[in-house]
Design a protein around this ligand. Sequence first.
Ligand SMILES: Nc1ncnc2c1ncn2[C@@H]1O[C@H](COP(=O)(O)OP(=O)(O)OP(=O)(O)O)[C@@H](O)[C@H]1O
Ligand SMILES: [Mg+2]
Length: 321
Amino acid sequence: MTKLVEIDNLRKTYLVGFMRRPVEGARGITFDVREGEIVGLVGPNGAGKTTTIKVLLGLCAPTSGAARIRGIDSRDPRSRERVGFLPENPYVYPYLTPREFVDLCARLSGMSAAARADRVPKVLERTGIAWAADRPVHRLSKGMLQRTGLAAALVGDPELLVLDEPMSGLDPLGRREVRDLIFEERRSGRTVLFSSHVLSDVEALCDRVVILRGGEVVVAGEVSALVHRGATITELTLRCVDPETRARLLDGARLLRELGEDLVLEIEGENRLGDAITLAIAAGGKVVSAVPRKDSLEDLFFREALRTGDGSDAAPARAGD
Ligand SMILES: Nc1ncnc2c1ncn2[C@@H]1O[C@H](COP(=O)(O)OP(=O)(O)OP(=O)(O)O)[C@@H](O)[C@H]1O
Ligand SMILES: [Mg+2]
C-alpha cells in the first residue's frame, strides 16, 4: 500500500524564552500512514502529538528528520494540496457564521462559486452544524465550533484528513457522530490521521495506532494485534484468610480490590495464575472466580507507560473526559 504520510526520525526542539531554553517536542518519531488507513496518534499531554502534526502541515520546521506527504517534504507547500486539517483549537472568525466561514475556507482553497454552492451545505449537514449555520460564531458552543472546524477541514474534498483532537469538546452523542463521520470518510476513500487522549475512541476507530510519550514512540502497530498481545491476563478472585498467604499472593499480581476475605487480583501469564491458585488452595482458601480478560489499548498504554517511566503523567483521559 502506498505510504501517504511519512514521519521520518522527526526531532523538534523548541527554544523557549529569552535564554532560548531547549524544550523537546519530538525526539526521533518515526511512523507512516498508508493510503486508506485511519491512524491514531495517542499519548498524554505534552507527548508530541500536536508537534508532529504541526511539522507535517508545515506550520513549524523540524529540527532534524523530516515529514512527507506523498513523498513531498512538508516544507514544500505542494505537500498540502488536498489535505484537510482540523487544528487543536480551531479558530473561527467570530464575526462570521459557520456557513460564511466554511465558504471562506473553500474560496481560499480555490473552489469555484458553483462548486462551493454545492459543497458547503453538504459539509455543514455532514458535520451536524447545518441547523446553526447562520448564527454568528460568537454565539456557538465549543462543540459547535469544533464541528465548524471539521466542516472547514472537509470542504476542499481532501485525500488526507489530519485532525488534532477531533472529539474534544463534544458530548457523548457528538463524539459518536464524529467517530461515525471519520469511518464514513474513510469508506469514501479518504485517509485519516488523528490525535486523541481517549483510547477507547482510538481503539474503536483506528487500523493502526502510534502511542507517543515524552516525544518518542512507545508502541506502534495494528490495533487488533496490540489489543490481543496481552490476552493472557486474568481477573482472579480468591477467598483466603491466612495473612501470610495473602501477602505472598500479592507478589507478582496486581491487587484490584479487597472485598472482605476476597482478594481480586489481576494476573498476567498462565504460570503465575496456576501458582496463585495452588498457593491459595494449599492455605485452605478457594477460587471464587477466574475471568480471562482481553487486553484493552488502555491496559497496554498503562503497561508500556509504567515500563518506560513512572507513569505518573501518563494517565490518558477515559471516554467522556
Ligand atoms: N510552541 C512551543 N514552544 C515551546 N514548547 C512547546 C511548544 N509547543 C509544544 N511545546 C512543548 O513540546 C512538548 C510536546 O507538546 P505537544 O503540544 O506536541 O504535545 P501534545 O501531545 O499535543 O499534548 P496535548 O495532549 O496537551 O495536546 C511539550 O513539552 C510542550 O510543552
Ligand atoms: Mg496537542
